[in-house]
Design a protein around this ligand. Structure first.
Ligand code: PHE
Length: 341
């Protein structure tokens, strides 16, 4: 009996030793210690052992079982530990690895400048009116004191859609809509796209303007000049001033071109201002009485001023862009550099 137990023990230890994975160890355990296992059947055979030998045999069986179990448990533990390490390794997170770069976009320079203008004029109490890009000849020209055969129509090469409809050449068309819909006091800005058959380094067939219109009692050119001074300081810097030059627009009288003192050289003369110390930035003027009257506004009581800013022009000046096409080519190497918001 002792020999048989010895054999079982040796074979068990051998098999445990040769097991390469947890599943195999469980098999070995079942084969030897399980319900139908070899050692269990030896225990079952105890009834055939002479009663006086039973305690001794029982002790041998128990010793054998304990010895096998000890080695088995040890090996199971080892396998479980290895399995755990493998899992740790495969699920390892290196917290020192550089994080994935989040790609941050920015607004288009035109949108940035438009937003800056809206902020500046919004803080002065201007409301926003958005007109439409398709206009009638009447709103774009006739109501703005530019009738059919007026020579000023040649100032803007117009895309006509039909004899009546056209792509607006100026946001000034919105002035008329606003004055027809609302009586003074009026204080609006109107940003939007405009279209002219014009194409070179500083002109594009489509560009953006921002119209401004103020109509109230006692409005004069001085109000325009005062407001423009505040505006240019905010957009180009504290030391910027303005200068008005006589000009001509059919819908303003008098009309002016507005120059800003060169914000790059401070007025000494440089490449940007072509040595003059001044840069032209917008057209403006006192609203022509004929335009107000056409909108049923009493010119004995009310007067107004209007201005039109070219948004691309402001963006080009502010960010040193020398070709308007760069603003429409969507080249991220250019656009990425301008992040002012
Ligand atoms: N509409 C004019 C232009 O496009 C600009 C302007 C607007 C001039 C308002 C005076 C008043 O050239």
């Amino acid at each position: 009996m002792k020999e048989k137990l010895q054999q079982i023990r040796e074979r068990a230890l051998q098999e445990i030793h040769e097991s390469k994975e947890l599943g195999r160890l469980n098999e070995v355990r079942d084969n030897i210690l399980g319900k139908k296992g070899e050692l269990t059947s030896v225990l079952r055979g105890m009834k055939d052992v002479a009663p006086e030998d039973r305690p001794k045999v029982g002790q041998w069986v128990n010793e054998t079982r304990a010895a096998i179990e000890e080695v088995l448990e040890e090996k199971i533990k080892k396998f479980q530990e290895e399995e755990l390490q493998r899992k740790y390794k495969s699920e390892k997170i290196d917290v020192t690895m550089p994080a994935k770069q989040a790609v941050k976009g920015n607004l288009h320079p035109i949108t940035q400048v438009r937003n800056q203008l809206i902020d500046i004029f919004g803080s002065m109490g201007f409301e926003i009116y958005e007109g439409s890009e398709i206009e009638t000849d009447y709103y774009n020209f006739t109501a703005l004191n530019t009738p059919q055969d007026h020579p000023a129509r040649d100032m803007q090469d117009t895309f006509y859609l039909s004899p009546e409809f056209l792509l607006r050449t100026q946001t000034s068309a919105g002035q008329i809509h606003v004055m027809e819909a609302k009586k003074p006091p009026i204080k609006i800005i109107s940003p939007g796209k405009v279209f002219r058959s014009d194409d070179d380094a500083t002109h594009s067939p489509m560009f953006s303007q921002m119209e401004g219109l103020v109509v109230d009692k006692g409005i004069s050119l001085c109000d325009l000049k005062g407001m423009l001074d505040v505006f240019v300081k905010k957009i180009f810097g504290e030391n910027t001033t303005t200068r008005l030059r006589p000009s001509y627009f059919p819908f303003t009288e008098p009309s002016v071109e507005v120059d800003v003192s060169c914000f790059q050289c401070g007025g000494k003369g440089c490449k940007l201002c072509k040595g003059t110390g001044w840069i032209e930035v917008l057209g403006a003027g006192v609203v022509n009485k004929k335009v107000l009257e056409g909108c049923d506004i009493d010119t004995d009581v009310y007067s107004g001023f209007a201005f039109g800013i070219g948004i691309e022009r402001i963006a080009m000046l502010k960010y040193g862009i020398n070709n308007i096409k760069l603003l429409f080519e969507s080249d991220l190497r250019v656009l990425d550099q301008i992040d002012d918001n």
